[in-house]
Design a protein around this ligand. Structure first.
Ligand code: FHN
Length: 479
């Protein structure tokens, strides 16, 4: 019997134990034997994934030909996301597909980009190598539709990978499987001809991905997109083998849940409800409300600054987020065990819009002072309170309270996990300021802020915890 088959049997047994382990369980659902479902139950436990988990904050960059149109065509503003403008009925495809002849980002300065990201405090970047339009920002040998044939000519992906790596920021490559430029791309496989064409497309996809990982071996992971169509959902066996192939090229490579489908066409979670991929990639422009919502998975949330739209648009229609909101979202994600990844959409000339520069700068200023509550932090298992969010240092008992709303009386309620109490509470920015605490009940306390403290931005309280003895915790009257 092959090693792979043994692993599958093991996984099925593990699933049976998980599904039927509870003797009182009412569940009667049998686990489905899958060839192309998840190959692991639970989180990855290796060092590369531990590093991913410790990031806290990341940057997303959407850059491509769409930035030339700036979310408008013939003086009319497109209502959708700017990077989707090719799909707008107003835009002739032939015209869009010729935009590469104008792609010449004369002010692109990768070192400046990476330095801005570093100042912002991001630990990883996800960069669009190819979006849905199919235009490649690296000189792929498998298509003519690349930066090499634009007036700019130079390899953009390489410059981004090198500059960010130099700043100590891990690089992840975004890759859209859906490719509007490719003649063999199909949304469904209805005929024999479709299947034959799509087989060619699958080989093209594998070649491009192999090429990317060979050209940029510093890559830490791949961020897949455009995998929702029926054609891809019918290609579970292929995406499974593709994932294994890519992981064999760079050991430790991280791939989220958007790449694969199982043999029934289920995406993200297989027919047994188990996550396929190293982390959950479903949190796009939304954040889980409670820890239960993340189902024990690693996850990240990707977020736009404007309401919707990832690529550059001249006008941001509607509300756009302030650094305050982005800091709160970062904290909220970390408090629920995830990473927060904020998107930037550079202009066609390679510069960032002022609003994005401001958000990056202000977030960075905040991170500089308060990053202890973000990096290497995880879910703290404390009951959420209205003043803000708890995070906890991984492999440490320190708990952080990131305070966004101060109660009028200056008393912050804290509910720690069972059998845990506050040893000392102090301000992160002024560690010698020990805050007075009052025990309310076995696991609830008030922490009192110093009189007259008038915070002007979210701040952090550090709690050293201590374990309560059994005797202390048992002194509760029975009712
Ligand atoms: O359609 C894309 C969209 O343009 C953008 O790239 C986002 C980023 O997460 N992903 C897709 C929608 O899920």
């Amino acid at each position: 019997m092959r090693k792979y088959d043994l692993r599958r049997i093991g996984l099925l047994l593990l699933l049976c134990v998980t599904m039927f382990g509870n003797a009182n369980s009412q569940t009667t659902k049998q686990p489905v034997a899958l060839k192309h479902g998840a190959h692991r139950v639970g989180k990855r436990t290796d060092a590369d994934m531990a590093k991913w988990r410790s990031y806290g904050l990341g940057q997303f960059i959407h850059w491509g030909l769409y930035s030339i149109l700036e979310g408008k065509y013939n003086g009319k503003y497109y209502n959708g996301a700017a990077e989707w403008i090719r799909s707008w009925k107003e835009v002739p495809h032939a015209e869009y597909d010729s935009l590469y002849k104008q792609f010449n980002p004369e002010n692109f300065n990768p070192t400046q980009w990476a330095k801005m990201a570093k100042q912002m405090g991001v630990k990883y970047v996800t960069f669009t190598t190819k979006h849905h339009d199919g235009f490649c920002l690296w000189p792929s040998q498998y298509t003519q539709y690349t930066v090499a044939n634009s007036p700019y000519k130079k390899d953009i992906v390489k410059q981004v990978v090198d500059a960010y790596t130099k700043e100590g920021i891990d690089v992840y490559l975004y890759f859209s499987v859906m490719d509007w430029s490719h003649p063999d791309w199909r949304t469904d496989l209805k005929t024999k001809e479709d299947s034959v064409a799509f087989d060619r497309f699958k080989l093209f996809t594998k070649n491009q991905l192999t090429e990317l990982l060979k050209m940029y071996p510093q890559t830490k992971g791949l961020w897949f997109d455009g995998t929702w169509d029926t054609s891809w959902k019918k290609s579970g066996a292929f995406s499974d083998s593709l994932e294994q192939h890519l992981k064999s090229l760079i050991p430790g490579l991280i791939i989220g849940s958007r790449l694969r489908a199982d043999e029934f066409g289920n995406r993200h979670n297989d027919a047994n409800g188990v996550l396929m991929g190293d982390y959950e990639q479903g949190w796009e422009r939304k954040i889980p409300k409670t820890y239960a919502d993340v189902h024990g998975n690693d996850w990240d949330c990707v977020m736009t600054i404007p309401e919707n739209g990832w690529g550059y648009a001249e006008k941001w229609l509607g509300h756009w987020k302030t650094s305050y909101e982005c800091i709160e979202m970062t904290t909220q994600c970390v408090s629920l065990g995830g990473n927060f990844v904020l998107n930037f959409g550079p202009k066609a000339d390679g510069t960032f819009r002022p609003e994005e520069i401001t958000v990056a700068k202000e977030m960075g200023d905040w991170m500089k002072v308060n990053n202890a509550a973000i990096y290497d932090c995880e879910y703290a298992n404390c009951e959420k309170q209205d003043w803000g969010y708890f995070t906890k240092k991984q492999n440490d008992d320190k708990i952080y309270m990131v305070v966004f709303n101060v109660p009028i009386n200056g008393s912050l309620k804290v509910k720690l996990p069972k059998n845990t109490s506050i040893g000392k509470a102090s301000l992160l920015q002024a560690p010698s300021t020990v805050l007075s605490t009052e025990q309310l009940d076995y696991n609830a306390s008030y922490i009192q802020l110093p009189k007259g403290m008038k915070p002007t931005s979210p701040f952090v309280i550090v709690i050293d915890t201590k374990q309560q003895s059994q005797v202390e915790t048992e002194q509760k009257a029975k009712t």
